[in-house]
Structures are given as structure tokens and as C-alpha cells.
Design a protein around this ligand. Structure first.
Ligand code: 16G
Length: 247
């Protein structure tokens, strides 16, 4: 199973072997996995190599190390499907989890620069800047900074964004949210993010920038979010375009 001649480093092969056992259900959430010594005997490799693989899987959120007890399979990551345009509240409710919001900041700022341009706010206009920590079953999952044109959603209050922003826009304002584009990139938590999300500095983060539009193409929001890399994974759906000539 472990190929010492493969160009893939051995610790990486161990990581893949452990993930495969979790995926196949051989090891389930809460199960204790073999010790470093047992792994090193099983695969005839050094304990240091095992430790590196396990440490990586701990920081990626697949395993949990409990000092003095052992290493255990962590809870499955939340999978967010990027097939339809949904809100955080809808995503969490759809999974039977309780959505929550901690409001860090809510203010109007004068609009300038690329954000103002993308939201099509004229010079001298104002925009809402909202910082929220989104949680699932009381566990912080993501930090979101949302920008909206004040003109478009005038009268928005703190109360409105404790709940669902999309719910407010659609139910209270009667607007129809149409589509969004999203950029994803990887990063690591700095001090401020580690404090708000309750993770270690240097822990993996997924940064997402979403531009949402109303059905009539009016820009609705620009949202910068940082999702915990140990708790989240994004699943993308793809259709092959059969009309293209693919060579
Ligand atoms: C999601 C969206 C965010 C949107 C929010 C509305 C991503 C990356 N971001 O968090 O753009 O503002 O949902 O959620 O999915 P709400 O209706 O629960 O406030």
C-alpha cells in the first residue's frame, strides 16, 4: 500500500491511506485510529513520518488529537454545494443545523474605489459595511464582510442582519436575487481571524468573494468571507458542454 519508490512523499501516502479508510467508513467519527507506533510497524516507516501525516490531517480537520488519549476521527466537514445560489441560513437549516450570527460591526461608510464601482454607487453615495461571524450549532464557521448600496436597501437595521440578509431582501423588500459569481482561494488564519473563529493562527482558511446580483442585473452585494478550512469543503457541479467541439 505504501510505495517507498513513488515520487509521492511517504507522509502524503499515509495521509491518503487514512482518508480513504475514513471515506470508506472503516473508521467512523469518534473512532480512535492506531497509534504512531502501530502505524510505523504496520507500514515499516519511521514514527516521525507518521507524525507528520497525522499532524497534517489534524490541521486539515480530518483527525483530532487528544493529549494522553489518542487520535480520533473528527466530525465530517460541512459540504457546501455550489450548484445553486443559497444563503448561509438556508444552507445550515438544510443540514438540520442551527444558524447563528454574531454581529461584529454594522455601519454606513462613504463609497469609493472598486467596491463602489462594482456596486454601481455614484460618487458621494454611501454603502453598508457589515461584519458578521456565522455559526452552525453555535460553532463559528465563517467571518463575513458584506457591502451593499445604501440606496438599494435603505433602512436596513442591525436586527435584519442577525437573521437572514437574503430573507430580508426577498421577503421584506420584495426583490428577487438572481445570480452570483464567486472567487475561492486558500489562506491561513492571522491573529484576528484566529480569535474570531476560535482556531489556531496559521490554520487553513478558504477565502471567498461573492458578487450577487438581482434578477434585473442590479448589483446586490459584495461579500468577503473566510471559512474554516477544517470544517468546510465546497463541492462544485460541472456540466460538459456537448455542443463545443472538443477536438
Ligand atoms: C452566504 C453567502 C453570502 C450571503 C449570505 C447570506 C457564501 C460564500 N456567502 O454566506 O454572500 O450574504 O450567505 O446569508 O456563500 P443570510 O441570508 O443567512 O444572511
Amino acid at each position: 500500500m505504501i510505495d517507498k519508490h513513488s515520487p509521492m512523499p511517504i507522509y502524503y501516502q499515509i495521509e491518503e491511506a487514512i482518508k480513504e479508510r475514513i471515506d470508506k467508513g472503516e473508521w467512523r467519527e469518534g473512532d480512535m485510529i492506531p497509534s504512531e507506533r502501530e502505524f510505523s510497524e504496520m507500514y515499516h516507516i519511521s514514527r516521525m513520518t507518521v507524525r507528520q501525516a497525522v499532524t497534517n490531517l489534524v490541521s486539515d480537520g480530518y483527525l483530532i488529537r487528544q493529549i494522553g488519549r489518542g487520535t480520533f476521527v473528527a466530525r465530517r466537514k460541512i459540504q457546501q454545494k455550489l450548484f445553486g445560489l443559497t444563503s448561509f441560513t438556508e444552507d445550515m437549516k438544510g443540514r438540520g443545523m442551527k444558524p447563528g450570527t454574531r454581529l461584529l460591526d454594522f455601519r454606513t461608510v462613504s463609497a469609493s474605489g472598486p467596491i463602489a464601482e462594482q456596486l454601481q454607487i455614484p460618487d458621494g453615495g454611501e454603502m453598508y459595511e457589515i461584519k458578521r461571524v456565522r455559526s452552525a450549532d453555535d460553532l463559528p464557521m465563517a467571518l463575513e464582510i458584506t457591502y451593499l448600496s445604501e440606496d438599494l436597501v435603505r433602512g436596513l437595521t442591525e436586527e435584519d442582519v442577525y437573521g437572514s440578509l437574503y430573507g430580508y431582501v426577498e421577503k421584506e423588500l420584495g426583490m428577487t436575487i438572481g445570480y452570483a459569481t464567486q472567487e475561492l482561494e486558500s489562506s491561513v488564519a492571522r491573529e484576528a481571524e484566529s480569535r474570531t473563529l476560535g482556531i489556531a493562527e496559521g490554520a487553513p482558511l478558504l477565502l471567498i468573494k461573492r458578487f450577487s446580483y438581482l434578477e434585473d442585473e442590479t448589483p446586490l452585494e459584495i461579500v468577503y468571507s473566510a471559512y474554516r478550512g477544517d470544517r468546510y469543503k465546497f463541492v462544485v457541479g460541472m456540466h460538459r458542454n456537448r455542443t463545443d467541439s472538443n477536438g
